[in-house]
Design a protein around this ligand. Sequence first.
Ligand code: PLP
Length: 388
Amino acid sequence: MNQALAVQSGKPMITKEFPKWPIWNDEEINRVEQAVRSGVWGVEGPLLTEYANRFADLQHAKYALPVCNGSIAIDLALEVLDLRAGDEVLVPDYTFMATAVAPIRRGMKPVLVDVDRNTFNIDPECIINAITNRTRAIIPVHFGGLPCDMEAIMTIAERYGLLVIEDCAHAHGAHLNGQYVGNWGSVGTFSHQSSKTLCAGEGGTVVTNSTRLFTLMKSIYNAGRHGCEVDYNHYRCGTNYRMTELQAGLLLAQLDRFEALAEKRERGGALLNNLLSEINGVRPQVRTANLGRHGYYLFTFILEDDIDRDSFKNTLRAEGVPVEDEYPALHSLECLKKKDVTRGHFPVSQMLEDRSVWISHNALLANEDQITLIADAVRKVINHKNVL
Ligand SMILES: Cc1ncc(COP(=O)(O)O)c(C=O)c1O
């Protein structure tokens, strides 16, 4: 393992390309063509109905509503749960900004909560410390696709009378303790933006098991009409959060291969987790004991060794590993500082901002030998830490 680093003109550890994302074939083209040729491109289309039913089945939820993106999905959940301006909503400090910005845009106060050092998910103990008499809801995010400790979170929610919206943007098809994500709280929200594991360029889906919430969401997202009608009877001041038939076509084709790919990512992720756990200086996100299936939107690990993280990332990229850039912690974002919502103590989230390394999910779709080479590449870079 003492070959020269690729950044020093050595041979890269991995020369074969990883599968590209998104994966698509004639099925996507056929489904979109079907939508185009039908002449029905909007909310009344049959592909949207088929997609909603199949996505609800995938997540084991009673209802699914396709919407235009994952940010709006959170907004819709906040509205139907009757959360109001001034309410405090607990969100993890380490997530994509939309989780915190959706409440801000409705005049609520997102209260940032530190995450757990092993799972990188919102820390239930920190949730308890953040509760005030204005707290109304929690938005746990299944970070990278690893389900949060939903049993602990639901126990806290029940004890303090809080609502739970699960942000499942990273966690399509993930489950723990036999229960799929999106079903633990009142509403679960998903994103289908291009990089997601079920994608249509843009898009979102909201799931719920409540007939009341579903009926309300279906009205609000379609200009206050009853359901998916296209008439001019508006029963409330709704808006337009609808998905198109063309996106539903893409998602149906993606759904056809979702299970096979999710299983492959799960096996690849578990393998890489085992291999990296044996390397001194790195610490992968923990696969919890009650995990059924990780969503693996991301494979993440902490670089514990005292190596400059950006040099490590660039060196690993040169070895052929698809390393992505990571989120800043929310408390570091200037736009949130201006809203005065970033005060607090977030040592774990800060550590993720400074020391985490992300590998994109397409890497986990490679064969075992190539995944093993990722671990070899990490070891190689760590062995050369003196020259980084
Ligand atoms: C955790 C999380 N929540 C919400 C969103 C918002 O989804 P969208 O980009 O579809 O609006 C994303 C998107 O990346 C996300 O990662």
